[in-house]
Design a protein around this ligand. Sequence first.
Ligand code: 13P
Ligand code: SF4
Length: 313
Amino acid sequence: MSTAAATDLREEILALKKEKNAVILAHNYQIEEIQTIADYCGDSLGLAFRAQETDAEVIAFCGVHFMAETAKIINPEKTVVLPDADAGCSLEQSCPADELEAFLKENEEKNYYVITYINSSAAVKALSDVICTSGNAVRIVEAAPKDRPILFAPDQNLGHWVAEQTGREMDFWNGACYVHVEFTRDSIQRIKDEHPDAVVVAHPECTTAVRLLADEVCSTEKMVHFCRDTDSQNIIVVTEAGMLHRLKREVPDKNLIPGPTDNCACAECRYMKMNTLEKLYLCLRDLKPEVTLDEEMRRAAKAPIMKMLELSK
Ligand code: 13P
Ligand code: SF4
């Protein structure tokens, strides 16, 4: 798209936003053009809070499907649209609701306290006791009843990290993010060797082998604070590549180095990259694709999300 065409499109999106009384929420992994037109750009926790607080009638959610679905669960009276309804998530796919339900039934005698990562479907959230994000997982696990065993679903890597942080034993669902498992001990050690004075910040969806090479492990929002506060000038950022757009805007004076995988210089989530400015324009114009949910399931999914938001204040 030419610069002039992109400028026109931006203006049309902003006009539509006003006309429809909409708010644009974007995740830190979105393409730069979407991040910069959004009213708010942040991590899953920040986005859930923004979705809860907004007065707008329409929420245009630029992220992946489970994020838009979470906004709808909290706001049934609002119209929630997303640029591309096919923007899924490998973690969500790794935990189908019927499999989780069957597992809980088979293990009924254990009376699991189910802590579910927000990267999951509404149907899975509806089976959970509480939801967490990478930004509050430690706090949510610390608040879990001491007399019940924990099942942590679906991200086993985040689960292992939070178990280490809290000292709490738990069982793990066997799910993973297909992007973050692409970083390896070798690929990160190699970039560290090239920049011996750099610090490493990694997302907790990375494997333990990668996390062990990191100076800090945190959510995408906390990465902004870490990069700002560290004394180091050079920072290796081990997460999805879109994060670099946000960091470059917020911390322009630091040298931000994308963490490489074994196959490429940086890692991109194909789902996050399905959203484009054109699709954002169309979803605001037509108010579709729209997120709709079965009311009984929505109510069941809302309770563990509200518990999370209460515990995160
Ligand atoms: P954050 O909540 O840390 O932004 O993570 C969301 C995500 O999907 C990471 O892959
Ligand atoms: Fe899901 Fe991974 Fe993409 Fe995040 S980066 S949305 S966890 S597939």
